[in-house]
Design a protein around this ligand. Structure first.
Ligand SMILES: Cc1cc2nc3c(=O)[nH]c(=O)nc-3n(C[C@H](O)[C@H](O)[C@H](O)COP(=O)(O)OP(=O)(O)OC[C@H]3O[C@@H](n4cnc5c(N)ncnc54)[C@H](O)[C@@H]3O)c2cc1C
Length: 430
């Protein structure tokens, strides 16, 4: 992302989540006048864990966030898959441990968001991060876009602001997307309910690795998320439990607190000599229910001076730990486009050209469980004679599945090494 590109634009971003804030930092660095409008009045450290994969970590490091991320996160060492009886299926090194030029980070998503909020405030100035402003409408002509906001807590207008560009990074329930696609309706429910929590415990495995276990009918995803607990020799462990549930997404409360009683019986005997999953679930104070959903890919994000970015553009199922990482790649693409083209309408078209198809393919791949589909392969093929480690699916097939997903998502090692080489060459030339 060049710091010296010539066109300078006035840009509004609706949404101060992970992708809106990253985009703000990146566009500001390129010299644009950027203002972020966030719906909530007081951003707080909410949520549980998130993984940032090396392709998006590259972007964040380039924005000067490496030190803050290293304080907050674990550099994830390994990813393993197990069947429901704790027998290993596959394991692979991740991030730096796999020889990539950038790490994979596992961290608390609220801490990530606040880290980005602080960085954006330091760079843009606090006046450029405006809270209590919920985007509700916009209009545009060939000179400018005018975006209108309300204070969601009162319903009162909080103002209308004019700019060259409006970027809607306003998440799964994007207001801008709804304005462009009023017939779209609620997110597409996968048929799977997720329960999520984070709890401080003794470290498991090497204290820096994640695992997934089970199959399509019951699955667990567990990883430590670093921070002060890790520095004290403990682990803040993020967990997700997943199983099929009939659910009417029209009545969804997307932040509902839940009790482990709703699902723990399905995992009753998932107790292995290195982790006790029922105990992990039930010792968590607060857990949240989330109907796993995505959005159908669109054929257009950019409409004149307004575009969608992050989950607003391409909310995908979380298989593959990739949604936010893809949004961070959007941020790089839109920065490059707006830095290269004087005409903002063409720039937003180029951004869409660069990102839409790639994220659409990934959204559809995640509907087939992404890299986690190998769990069900074992469930389907194992006759119960695999002891110690599964041999029912050849390691070559598992390796191929893992690599194919990385290539599709853009974080295969060959691509990352090539990007690192280009980066070094550019640094040498400047
Ligand atoms: C269970 C689960 C696990 C996941 N794990 C991973 C993972 O490991 N790795 C990964 O990369 N991704 C993961 N994801 C996906 C990731 O959480 C999302 O892709 C990411 O949070 C999207 O960021 P965003 O900034 O686009 O949207 P959001 O995080 O939703 O942020 C949107 C922001 O906009 C604000 N807002 C909303 N409406 C308006 C409005 N009208 N006007 C102004 N502001 C508004 C909101 O308050 C919020 O701050 C996971 C998702 C789930 C559900």
């Amino acid at each position: 992302m060049s710091e010296t590109a010539s066109p300078k634009h006035k840009i509004l971003i609706a949404g101060g989540g992970i992708t809106g804030l990253t985009t703000a930092i990146s566009l500001h660095r390129q010299g644009h006048e950027v203002t972020v409008f966030e719906s909530v009045r007081t951003p707080r450290e909410l949520g549980v864990g998130i993984n940032l994969l090396p392709h998006s970590v590259r972007v964040l490091h380039e924005l000067g966030l490496q030190q803050a991320l290293e304080q907050a996160a674990i550099k994830t060492r390994r990813l393993s898959f197990y069947s429901e009886d704790g027998v290993k299926i596959w394991e692979e090194d991740r991030g730096l441990h796999a020889g990539n030029p950038w790490p994979q980070y596992s961290l608390h998503r609220g801490r990530l968001q606040m880290l980005l909020w602080r960085a954006a405030t330091a760079k843009l100035g606090s006046k450029r991060l405006v809270t209590g402003h919920h985007l509700v409408a916009f209009e545009q002509d060939n000179r400018e876009v005018r975006a209108s906001f309300i204070d969601k807590s009162t319903g009162d207008s909080s103002g209308t602001y004019a700019a060259d560009v409006l970027i809607a990074a306003d998440g799964l329930h994007s207001a801008a997307r709804k304005i462009f696609y009023p017939e779209e309706g609620p997110p597409v429910y996968s048929g799977l309910m997720l329960w999520r929590g984070a709890v401080e415990t003794e470290p498991f495995l090497d204290g820096e690795s994640m695992f997934m276990a089970g199959h399509d009918e019951a699955k667990a995803v567990v990883y430590p998320i670093g921070g002060p607990e890790h520095r004290r020799g403990r682990s803040l462990v993020n967990w997700i439990a997943e199983r099929p549930v009939d659910f009417d997404v029209n009545n969804a409360d997307w932040n509902r607190e839940a009790s482990p009683e709703a699902f723990v019986d399905y995992f009753a005997d998932w107790t292995w000599d290195w982790i006790d999953l029922p105990k992990l679930f039930t010792q968590t104070d607060t857990c949240y229910e989330f109907p796993m959903s995505d959005r159908d890919p669109l054929d257009r994000w950019s409409h004149g001076r307004v575009t969608l970015l992050g989950d607003a553009a391409h909310a995908m199922r979380p298989n593959g730990s990739n949604g936010a990482s893809q949004g961070i790649l959007d941020c790089e693409a839109i920065t490059n486009s707006l830095g290269a083209e004087v005409d903002v309408v063409s720039a937003l078209e180029s951004y869409q050209e660069e990102r839409l198809e790639k994220t659409a393919e990934l959204t559809l791949a995640n509907r087939k469980s992404g890299p986690e589909r190998v769990l069900q392969w074992v469930k389907d093929r194992c006759d119960g004679t695999c002891l110690g480690e599964h041999h029912c699916v050849p390691q070559s097939e598992l390796s191929q599945a893992a690599n194919a997903y990385k290539e599709l998502a853009g974080f295969d090692r060959a691509k990352l090494v090539a990007l690192a080489d280009t980066h070094l060459q550019n640094e040498g030339a400047s």
